[in-house]
Design a protein around this ligand. Structure first.
Ligand code: GUN
Length: 290
């Protein structure tokens, strides 16, 4: 069993980016600048955005964090986006999801300039991804593709089962894995909450991407020997033995599944750190495109 070490791989990628930034600075070119918009005080979102800003500093990017109170109006959020779209200092920006209920997420994502949409969530960029045109790939799927590629996990002709059809992970994963590309050429089955006989399907899978958001959902009896497991889940589970009062659990029951797996991502330290590294990579691309 080999651990797909997202922490180490993301550190490698960040070192590559830092090197590119040094070169940019030596040439006197513009330093890449990422902005993040956070509305409200959701604990997990604050942690993720904080990690993104910290990663920017680590590789030598400029970063701007715009924190808005929970009760911010949709109109105000749209104004902030408009300002970021028009600010030549900002190469790329993200609006951390989920947004408070009173704000229309689709409207917000639509307002982001596709050339600054380093999350790759704008319909223009989703369409470009589906058509295999140059674009910003959404960071989590991009990170998973990179991990599969760097560990030379064979995907061509393999049966891949994706669990979860979210716009951020499951759907784009199913598209990318089926494309003619590195870590692609797979035969993909996209499963979801209405899928019948899921266990029969996962048992046939060479590779499983678990992205449904239910802690420890995928258990050892649901997979075959030699499977490759990508665990996208990250749920806070109450744990009185921890100082924080919780522990982080993936969508995979690691103990039972890892016994059968050839490759597996841990939680934490698997997909999560890769997401941040790929966001930086997209920001570097946004800056260099100018
Ligand atoms: N919420 C969960 N994942 C993500 C992500 O990749 N980007 C943004 N903006 N919000 C998220």
């Amino acid at each position: 069993m080999t651990i797909l070490d997202g922490k180490q791989t993301s550190a490698d990628i960040k070192a590559e980016i830092a090197e590119a930034v040094t070169e940019i600075k030596n040439k006197g070119d513009k330093t890449p600048h990422l902005a993040a918009v956070l509305v409200g005080t959701d604990g997990a979102s604050m942690t993720y955005v904080g990690a993104k800003v910290k990663a920017c500093n680590l590789v030598g990017f400029e970063s701007t964090l715009i924190e808005l109170p929970e009760e911010t109006t949709e109109e105000k959020v749209l104004q902030v986006i408009e300002d970021l779209n028009n600010n030549p200092e900002i190469d790329g920006f993200i609006v951390q999801l989920p947004l408070p209920k009173h704000i229309d997420e689709h409207k917000v994502l639509m307002a982001i300039d596709p050339d600054k949409d380093v999350d790759g969530f704008h319909p223009t960029n989703v369409g470009r991804m589906a058509l295999e045109l140059p674009t910003f790939l959404p960071a989590t799927p991009y990170g998973i593709m990179e991990l599969l590629e760097r560990y030379e996990v064979e995907t061509s002709g393999k049966n891949v089962v994706v669990i979860g059809r979210s716009h951020i992970v499951g759907r784009p994963m199913s598209i990318l894995l089926s494309q003619k590309r590195a870590a692609g050429d797979a035969t993909v089955t996209l499963t979801h909450s209405r899928t019948k006989n899921l266990k029969e399907i996962t048992k046939e899978a060479d590779i499983i991407v678990a992205a449904l958001g239910i802690a420890e959902f995928l258990t050892g009896d649901m997979v075959k020997e030699g499977v490759t497991i990508i665990d996208v889940g990250i749920t806070r589970v109450d744990d009185a033995s921890k100082k924080s009062g919780f522990r982080l659990a993936g969508d995979v029951h690691f103990e039972s599944v890892s016994k059968k797996a050839e490759f597996i991502t841990p939680v934490p330290g698997g997909v999560g750190p890769m997401t941040i590294a790929m966001l930086l990579k997209n920001t570097l691309l946004a800056c260099s495109r100018k």
